[in-house]
Design a protein around this ligand. Structure first.
Ligand code: ATP
Length: 352
């Protein structure tokens, strides 16, 4: 890996509160990484440490192998889109975007054509002469992205860059941002709490909880092979069920013994994580023998969402979400007794 940015054992304390601990991360040149996690997990603090606006309490930050812990933010050459780095309110859109180019001594005609090009890229043509004060929140975010990219940055750091956009524009800007990043080939780190956005944008996801990295991998790997129950639930809202290991590869869940991958000793408490789209069910017949690898349940809630249906299955004291679009969903009825089939290939078993 061509390591562009490296974090070694980064920790951060605010007073007695430990906000980040032992964060190790290597980011390759040109990679797009999202920092993802619930509110308060330390995403923004980590991005601010990378930017230089916050200092780490411990650990090292290296850019191209050189320690930069003590390099001032404006000397790092990073492009940043943070809420706190607002646009210059007394300037026009063009003046904001051209600011860095002017500092670099780029001629006015070239500045103007670069501004037009950048505005086109962020889907805001023909607003160059507007005052920033006349823009909506979403337009400001896009102008801030254009401003940060005007002078190609060494690293592109963004904190919730699309949060002010409505759902439709947000979707198209996610694609746009990803394409812009690929076009520029710039190493990019984005903070988001939106798992869909993180999966749309990134080459790798860093999932944080309580200031610690839970998992760092490609979106599909994190989704398919979550490192623990927290990641499974946070990314894709997996159903979590308590269980107990009864023997090699045998786990008891809600009174049924299921054949599931687990190497833990008998008696260990486990959590079974299974995604809503991976649950299958079939109508239960009282006189039929119990189906292998199933638990029994009842349909408690049913909703047609257009492209798919959502069901809530009540299994003992647990409620499981189930999504799908095939025939079994169309014939489902509230109150129906069902066998919920657990596919060992499509679930994860975690200790605890
Ligand atoms: P959100 O998604 O809500 O923005 P986050 O994951 O970005 O959350 P941070 O903003 O990094 O989280 O905050 C992590 C923790 O550090 C929080 O508990 C926050 O209250 C605390 N914190 C952040 N900045 C400071 C500060 N300057 N002084 C004291 N505590 C702080």
């Amino acid at each position: 890996m061509d390591k562009h940015l490296e974090l070694r054992g980064i920790g951060k304390r605010f007073g007695t509160a430990e906000v980040l601990s032992g964060v190790d991360l290597s980011i390759a040149r040109g990679e797009f990484v999202c920092l993802l996690g619930p509110s308060g997990c330390g995403k923004t603090t980590l991005l601010r440490i990378i930017s230089g606006f916050e200092s780490a309490s411990s650990g090292q930050l290296l850019l191209d192998g050189q320690e930069i812990n003590h390099v001032a933010p404006h000397l790092r050459g990073f492009g940043m889109v943070f809420q706190s780095l607002a646009l210059f309110p007394h300037m026009t859109v063009a003046e904001n975007i051209a600011y860095g180019l002017k500092l670099k001594g780029v001629a006015p005609a070239q500045r103007a054509s670069r501004v037009e090009e950048l505005l086109h890229m962020v889907q805001l043509p023909a607003i160059a002469d507007r005052p920033v004060s006349a823009l909506s929140g979403g337009q400001r975010q896009r102008v801030a992205i254009a401003r940060a990219l005007a002078v190609p940055p060494k690293l592109f750091l963004l904190d919730e860059p699309l949060s002010a956009l409505d759902a439709q524009l947000r979707d198209s800007m996610q694609i746009e941002l990803r394409q812009l990043q690929q076009q520029f080939g710039v190493t990019t780190i984005v903070v988001t709490h939106d798992q869909h956005e993180a999966m749309m944008l990134s080459d790798r996801l860093v999932v944080l909880k309580g200031g610690r990295v839970q998992q760092c991998d490609t979106p599909s790997h994190v989704y398919r092979k979550p490192a623990n129950a927290f990641v499974a639930e946070f990314l894709g809202a997996a159903n979590l069920l308590p269980g107990v290991v009864r023997g090699p590869g045998m786990v008891e869940v809600l009174g049924s013994t299921l054949a599931l991958p687990s190497s833990l000793p008998a008696g260990s408490k486990v959590t079974l994580a299974v995604r809503s789209e991976d649950l299958r069910f079939e109508q239960a017949h009282l006189d039929a023998p119990a189906r292998p690898n199933s638990i029994s349940g009842e349909i408690d809630f049913l909703r047609d969402l257009g492209a798919k249906s959502e069901l809530i299955l009540r299994c003992g004291d647990e409620r499981l979400r189930c999504h799908g679009s095939d025939a079994q969903f169309q014939s489902a009825r509230c109150g129906q007794r069902v066998n919920v089939l657990i596919d060992a290939e499509r679930c994860s078993v975690f200790a605890g």
